[in-house]
Design a protein around this ligand. Structure first.
Ligand code: FAD
Length: 397
């Protein structure tokens, strides 16, 4: 971590010519859409070269991932085609993985050892799953062979298909989801629903069973009424809740602080930590490798670098890493990139006090939360499906 003097803001004489976008997260999808919609109006950007460097041509929309796992959606239903958006927006698309950012020299490199320089950089690469609960470094290094992290999502999608194939080919299958947040709950309910489909829904044995290993507290950041509704749904689906801390997984045994559980597979949904590449940057970082940004989503150490979504942490106020902030903060950040290029004032991202949270429950049922209020039912799932489908459709349009 290193501080360096900020470059001067752009002047009309020397406007930036190379805009480099890394990661096809929410902000960059939104920016691509803006560029497509306003293509004929962005005359001032005519000499600008915009490039998107990202790992995959498709971005999976995490809000619909549990619905896909449960079998309600196809992969196409939950994918945003970043490559096609680039083509239509006149943006160069490069499928590579970021490895290092050298902000002092305004350049970055990828895992294929290609180097890119920029005048203006925007980082929207999301975060990695925090797997430091695994009890030794070797296990963390071997994670791809053992515990399956939910992030990054693309490899997870492949692993889930393998889990389902393995479960279908076995007489019994036991799967643990480690985590205590809303994502872990949605994943375990989706997993249990899908395993029960394999089992035959009327067969009341537990040969195919999902477990939620959640430590001492389930949903620590939600209120008690919401938590009780969630526990009711976990019970309705016969999910086994294990109130112990997971410590490690080897040779089919998930070790907790109280027990050893036989598991065919273990999925980690245990919060986020900075992406691996943040170990190799001179950008200022905070906490566990998140890019430190201010209220305009601008790096606090290098003003020609912006970062938003799970990759960044705001230094001026507490803000959770969540899709809501990635979407709304991303929209502000996208506007700020265009403002920066045109030498105009930047906007501040002011998060709302309350946001709607819709938690899917495996079958076509969901729980909604708005501040201290919560509700549940099939209609909540229908509402969630409508919002999610509209989101993906408008991103791909
Ligand atoms: C199952 C699940 C359900 C969720 N549901 C909700 C919800 O209902 N509401 C909510 O607010 N939040 C939810 N979240 C959290 C939400 O998914 C994230 O906060 C959000 O997706 C972060 O968006 P982002 O724009 O930062 O990046 P992402 O959406 O993670 O996108 C990152 C992009 O960067 C690319 N990338 C990654 N690393 C590199 C690299 N090294 N080089 C190049 N490209 C790279 C990826 O391929 C991807 O295109 C959920 C999470 C999960 C796992």
């Amino acid at each position: 971590m290193k501080n360096s003097p900020s470059p001067k803001p752009p002047s009309q004489k020397s406007l930036p010519r190379k805009l480099l976008l890394v990661g096809a997260g929410h902000a960059h999808i939104g920016l691509l859409r803006q560029l497509i919609d306003a293509k004929n109006r962005l005359n001032s950007l005519n000499n600008l070269q915009i490039t998107l460097v990202t790992e995959q041509p498709q971005t999976i929309y995490s809000g619909m991932l549990p619905g896909w796992m449960a079998g309600h959606y196809s992969l196409a239903d939950i994918s945003i085609d970043a490559k096609s958006l680039c083509k239509r927006a006149g943006v160069r698309f490069i499928q590579q993985k970021l490895a290092k950012v050298e902000a002092d020299s305004s350049s970055l490199s990828t895992t294929k050892n290609n180097t890119f320089d920029y005048d203006l950089l925007s980082l929207n690469t999301g975060a990695d799953t925090d797997i430091r609960w695994l009890n030794n470094d070797q296990e963390q290094a071997d994670i791809s062979k053992k515990v399956i992290p939910i992030r990054p999502i693309y490899p997870f999608v492949e692993r889930w298909q393998q889990i389902i194939a393995d479960a279908k080919g076995s007489d019994q299958y036991h799967l643990a989801i480690v985590g205590a947040g809303a994502a872990a709950v949605e994943l375990v309910l989706a997993a249990q629903y899908r395993l029960q489909q394999i089992n035959g829904i009327n067969n009341n044995n537990n040969n195919y069973q999902a477990y939620l290993v959640c430590g001492d507290h389930l949903l620590p950041s939600f209120n008690e009424r919401f938590r009780q509704k969630v526990i009711g749904q976990l019970e309705r689906h016969n999910v086994k809740i294990i109130y112990s801390k997971a410590k490690g997984y080897s040779e089919g045994q998930l070790y907790t602080n109280t027990d050893a559980l036989s598991m065919n597979a273990v999925i980690a949904a245990t919060g986020v930590t900075g992406s691996a590449w943040t170990d190799y940057t001179d950008l200022q970082t905070v906490d566990d490798g998140f890019i430190a940004v201010n209220e305009t989503q601008q790096s606090v150490s290098h003003s020609n670098v912006f970062a938003v979504g799970d990759v960044a942490t705001r230094v001026d106020q507490d803000m959770a890493h969540s899709g809501v902030h990635a979407v709304f903060g991303g929209a502000v950040e996208a506007d700020n990139l265009l403002a920066y290029l045109a030498d105009k004032p930047l906007k501040r991202y002011k998060p709302k006090n309350r946001t709607l949270y819709l938690l899917s429950c495996g079958d076509k049922y969901a729980i909604g939360s708005w501040g201290k209020y919560s509700t549940q039912g099939r209609w909540v799932w229908t509402l969630k499906r409508h919002i999610d489908k509209r989101f993906v459709k408008s991103a791909n349009r």
